[in-house]
Ligand binder design. Structure first.
Ligand SMILES: N[C@H](CCC[C@H](N)C(=O)O)C(=O)O
Length: 291
């Protein structure tokens, strides 16, 4: 029997980033990549990320979370999804601060008076082997990577970092001037990124405002990617393009990102939207059952 057949789910979104939450805390069975892919299909609950809640491992945390992309691969962090699960757990427990554990570490989240949620995404990592990159680069604020003709590249010199998952940020004058659905997959799978990468275009509007579009590793074009907004904000501050607090406009709306001075933690604040609840049709998983 598949793990997800007939299992309940909650469909939510964070700025249009399609999030499905499955609660495995009572029956903590593993979800295979095949099952996650089937669940993301048109007859399932199409998602960019599925957040699976498991019993807490570290004392004091609310749940261990596994994050699946559309293609069945797993991610260490998902900012928009973390706001969604925080709002569900806040409703369930009445708590004013939650802590979730993922493969990438601990993430705190709390509601604001205006209904938005903040996630403490932790400390960004800049060393080449932490991103990770395949080759040693001393300075990751701009690495030698380009696509297009050698003497007239289409995109070049991205800032790279890890925000719990790998990100490359290309600085451009107009995020809409590029065919990201064509360029994105080439860069996501470029050999410089041994674990692939989330690929973003970022446009500096002012010292307090960025516009960002992202091709997500394992999920493709999305309306919003929280960790990419954080990576763009931190990279912008790190290269003196902006200050440490910025509004990031994504196709789905705005996030406020603060790269806190006192401890270098990155705080992301944005909305949560509940859509509907359902159960996965067991027929979706017939193939993975047979395997
Ligand atoms: N949408 C997510 C990020 C998913 C990252 C995923 N695509 C990966 O790194 O594999 C966010 O709001 O942060």
């Amino acid at each position: 029997m598949s793990t997800l057949g007939n299992h309940p789910f909650v469909k939510m979104n964070g700025l249009g980033n399609r999030i499905v939450v499955v609660d495995m805390r009572q029956k903590p069975l593993a979800i295979s990549a095949d099952e996650a892919r089937a669940a993301a299909g048109p007859d399932g609950a199409p998602f960019d990320q599925m957040m699976a809640l498991y019993p807490a491992k570290t004392p004091g945390t609310d749940a261990f979370v596994r994050i699946y992309n559309t293609d069945g691969s797993e991610a260490g962090a998902c900012g928009n999804g973390t706001r969604c699960i925080a709002s569900l757990v806040a409703k369930e427990t009445g708590k004013s601060k939650m802590t979730f554990e993922t493969a990438a570490g601990l993430l705190d989240s709390w509601p604001n008076a205006d209904g938005r949620f903040t996630v403490d995404m932790g400390v960004p990592k800049f060393a080449w082997n932490e991103v990770p990159l395949a080759d040693e680069f001393q300075d990751t604020r701009a690495i030698a990577l380009q696509i297009g003709p050698i003497d007239k590249p289409i995109l070049h010199s991205p800032s790279v970092m890890s925000m719990g998952n790998p990100h490359a940020i290309f600085w451009v004058d107009d995020v809409n001037a590029y065919d990201l659905s064509r360029i994105g997959p080439m860069l996501e799978n470029h050999p410089i990124f041994p674990e692939r990468a989330n690929i973003s275009l970022a446009q500096v509007v002012s010292k307090e405002h960025l516009i960002v579009r992202t091709w997500e590793r394992g999920a493709g074009l999305t309306l919003a990617c929280g960790s990419a907004a954080c990576a763009a904000a931190v990279s912008a501050a790190r290269t003196r393009r902006t200050g440490r607090t910025v509004t990031v406009t994504l196709p789905g709306g705005d996030l406020v990102i603060e790269w806190r001075e006192k401890d270098n933690h990155v705080l992301m604040t944005g909305p949560v939207a509940y859509e509907y609840e359902g159960r996965f049709d067991p027929k979706l998983f017939a193939a993975s059952d047979a395997a």
